[in-house]
Design a binder for this molecule. Structure first.
Ligand code: HEC
Ligand code: HEC
Length: 413
């Protein structure tokens, strides 16, 4: 059973199998042996302590917080495209670490998503799930991925992880919050760790405060500057940025504040990051939804190149962008959106014959998967969807999405 849980979490086999395992895990979710309810504040505090506990890693140096830094909205603390961790503390990962804010309402992965606003007959396609390719069904399933990944916390096996938990500084607290025998039973012990991490990641003040200036504007308690308002208009305008088509910016029909993502998995043709170690092999491609980290859709060519749309809340705190961390500034990201098709030579290399090779991080047979809706509806020779002044205005607007507890003086941004 432990093996099944871990195999499903790590390799993420067929969804049916994952559901069965998740159901089994959930059935066992009254985690105290005596059946008493858990003390939620104590569980949250334990989850927080586990999140910062580097003794859970093989190197003894990597905690969840090493890659998910509270000062950066639980995103990467530095400008490395991918973080260095693993057994030696120096092994590069494959993807940029996402922010962990605003995931509390992330829907479970589905291949067919129907919106409940406006026209609900439109199939928006693959949507939801944790990680850039949506392969983890819940935060507790997700938590086991880094704990066991050789590039991250690098426990060689669930047993090795269990030993670290038993010897670690939080063993006594785990027994206190769950019960005296929780660490004696391997499945229950790992579930307790994953569950505490999940509950911590659902604490509103730390993970979804909705305290940005834009939230205050939506609540009618603040106003955008004229420049920010211009940026927002360009962000929403279907003929200009059209950003809001995927990064939803308006109050939802249920009254909820917008998350700046519809959680859809979309291919936008992000350039190959040649600095990544995995990419030194020219035949290696991170194709997102169709693999190789995700394995249940490797026979679905139409899914290759798709990654989950990230939230843009707190995006101004990031110093690397997109799943492979290929861009370093928001201006560069915006230029990519505006000029990908009008000036492809600015983003993609040339073949030996001198022709620009677009979408160089996708084998040619998948190029048809790449999105061509605005702002990606232009052609070489036409003006880009956004000029430099408009790009600057959108960037100014994006800075209004930083939560109040993380706003820093402009000079330090
Ligand atoms: C070495 C860096 C590193 C460490 C350590 C790490 N993560 Fe991550 N985290 C990542 C990366 C990279 C991703 C994206 C993975 C992918 O798409 O395959 C990620 C994704 C996630 C996600 C999914 C976010 C989303 O948008 O779907 C969650 C949740 C998460 N991590 C929580 C944790 C927890 C909990 C721990 C500790 C047990 C942890 N991480 C440790 C780098 C790290
Ligand atoms: C068709 C859907 C779609 C549209 C339209 C769109 N985006 Fe995105 N956005 C995505 C997806 C998907 C990703 C992740 C792509 C990847 O990493 O492969 C992304 C990533 C980003 C990122 C990187 C965030 C991070 O955490 O790395 C930024 C910034 C961004 N988009 C801003 C914008 C802006 C500004 C616009 C309008 C000019 C826009 N997007 C339009 C789907 C879209």
């Amino acid at each position: 059973m432990l093996a099944a849980l871990v195999v499903a979490a790590v390799a993420c086999n067929a969804p049916a199998r994952r559901d069965a395992v998740a159901a089994q895990a959930d059935a066992a979710y009254a985690p105290r042996a005596d059946g008493r309810a858990l003390d939620v504040p104590a569980l949250t505090a334990l989850g927080r302590a586990l999140f910062f506990d580097a003794s859970l890693s093989a190197s003894g140096r990597t905690a969840c917080a090493s890659c998910h830094d509270p000062a950066h909205a639980w995103g990467p603390p530095n400008d490395h495209a991918v973080q260095l961790a693993g057994r030696d503390g120096a092994t590069p990962g494959l993807r940029a670490a996402p922010s962990l804010r605003y995931l509390a309402t992330l829907p479970a992965f589905t291949e067919h998503h129907f919106d409940n606003d406006g026209d609900d007959s439109i199939d928006a396609g693959p949507t939801g799930g944790y990680t850039w390719d949506g392969r983890a069904g819940s935060a507790r399933e997700q938590a086991l991925l880094p704990l066991l990944s050789p590039q991250e916390m690098a426990n060689g096996s669930p047993r090795e992880l269990l030993e670290r938990v038993r010897r670690g500084p939080l063993a006594a607290r785990l027994r206190q919050v769950f019960d005296a025998t929780v660490l004696d039973e391997p499945e229950r012990a790992l579930r307790a760790v994953a569950f505490a991490l999940e509950v911590f990641q659902q604490s509103p003040a730390e993970f979804y405060p909705f305290s940005s200036r834009y939230d205050e504007v939506l609540r009618g308690r603040a106003e955008l500057t004229p420049r920010e308002a211009r940026g927002l208009a360009l962000f929403n305008d279907p003929a200009k940025g059209n950003c809001a088509a995927c990064h939803l910016s308006e109050v939802r029909p249920d009254g909820g504040l917008p998350l700046f993502t519809d959680f859809g998995l979309i291919a936008i043709g992000v350039p190959r990051n040649r600095a990544l170690r995995a990419n030194s092999d020219p035949s290696f491609f991170d194709l997102g939804l169709c693999g190789p980290l995700r394995t249940d859709f490797s026979d679905r060519p139409e899914y290759c190149g798709r990654f989950r749309t990230p939230t843009l809340r707190n995006v101004a705190l990031r110093r690397v962008f997109f799943h492979n961390g290929v861009f370093r500034t928001l201006e560069d990201v915006l230029r990519f959106y505006a000029r990908r098709d009008t000036h492809p030579q600015e983003f993609y290399p040339r073949e030996a014959a001198g022709r620009v090779q677009p979408f160089d991080d996708l084998p040619a047979s998948y190029h048809g998967n790449v999105n061509v809706e605005p702002p990606f509806d232009r052609h070489a020779g036409e003006p880009p969807a956004l000029d430099e002044a408009e790009i600057a205005d959108i960037v100014v607007f994006l800075r209004t999405l930083t939560d109040a507890d993380l706003v820093r003086p402009v000079a330090n941004r």
